[in-house]
Structures are given as C-alpha cells and as structure tokens.
Design a protein. Sequence first.
Length: 191
Amino acid sequence: MTARRLLPYQWGWRCDQAVPHGFVRRRVVQTASSHSTSYGTTLHVTSTAYYHPVSLCPRCDEEITEEERARLEASAARWPWWWRLGLGTWMTLCLTLAHVPVLLSLAVAWALARLNILGRSVLAMWAVAVVTEALGWQPQRNPTQVLPVWGTITGALAVWKYRYTIMSWFGLRRKISENDAAGRPVITTNR
Ligand SMILES: [Zn+2]
C-alpha cells in the first residue's frame, strides 16, 4: 500500500488502529501457521509457524509481550524442573553404571535436557537396555555394545527433531530458518 506510506501514521497490525510514526513498535510475531498432512509410506504431519515483522501500537506490543511470557511459562510447566532433574539424575546414574565418567554423564544429561529430548532418550535407553538384556548383554557389563546403540538412537532422535535447523546449516532449506522449542519448523520472511 504505497498511499499508506505517505501518511504520518501506520495501522497497528493487531488492533488496526492508526499509530503515529514515533509510537510504532516493530516486532517479529507469528502471523500464521499451517498444518500439512502427507501420505507416503508413512503418515507425515508437519506443522509450520510463519513469522513476520509487523507494526504495533504500544498497547498491543505490551499485550503480546505478556502473551509470549505466559506461553513460555506454560511450555516450561509441561516439563516441571523436578521431573527433568529426576530424569537427568536417572540418566546420569545409568551412564555412570555403564562406566561413563560422571562428569561426561552429567554433560550428556544436561545436553539432552537442553535439546528437549531428555524424556525420549531415557525411554530409548530403557528400550535398549530391555532388548540388549534379552540378547544376553547386561548394560553395566557390556557398555561398549550397549552405549553405541543407545547413542545412535538418541542422535537420530535429536537429528529428526532439529532436521530443519540442520538442513538450514547446509543451505538445503533456505526458506525455513529453524525449529522452535516444540520442534516445529519456523519460517521468517520480511513483509
Ligand atoms: Zn494496537
């Protein structure tokens, strides 16, 4: 809208009210999201978030700040800290039992928690332990067989969750900038 650019004010993206130029706040917000389902050999559901810089009036800007804070708190509450601490401790103990140095075990548990895959990797460790024990390898006696299996599965989980971020490192998916904390691809464009 070229005519709008000549005016000494802009329209707020959210409330659609006129905001004088000096009071306009620019902010990158999620303007849309899309869900796509594809049926190939497996059912594949992708949820994508689209982010754009928009103009806001000061009041809407503050409201969005408040909403984002509430959303962050809600997502943190999904995995309470004591639950993470419990899983992290369990993970550290398991790795230590498998003869991994304590500090390295702690670092691995911390990294998995940071990547938001602690729960999944604990599940993977449990599954690997069950399977390898059935095959006659006790995890604490055969760490050289059990740990690489678990490491491969956990690595694959991390790669899968952050596949769009990793692809963007190699310039394979320029349009998608990265994954958000929920593992959802995020597209940011200028508009
Ligand atoms: Zn507004």
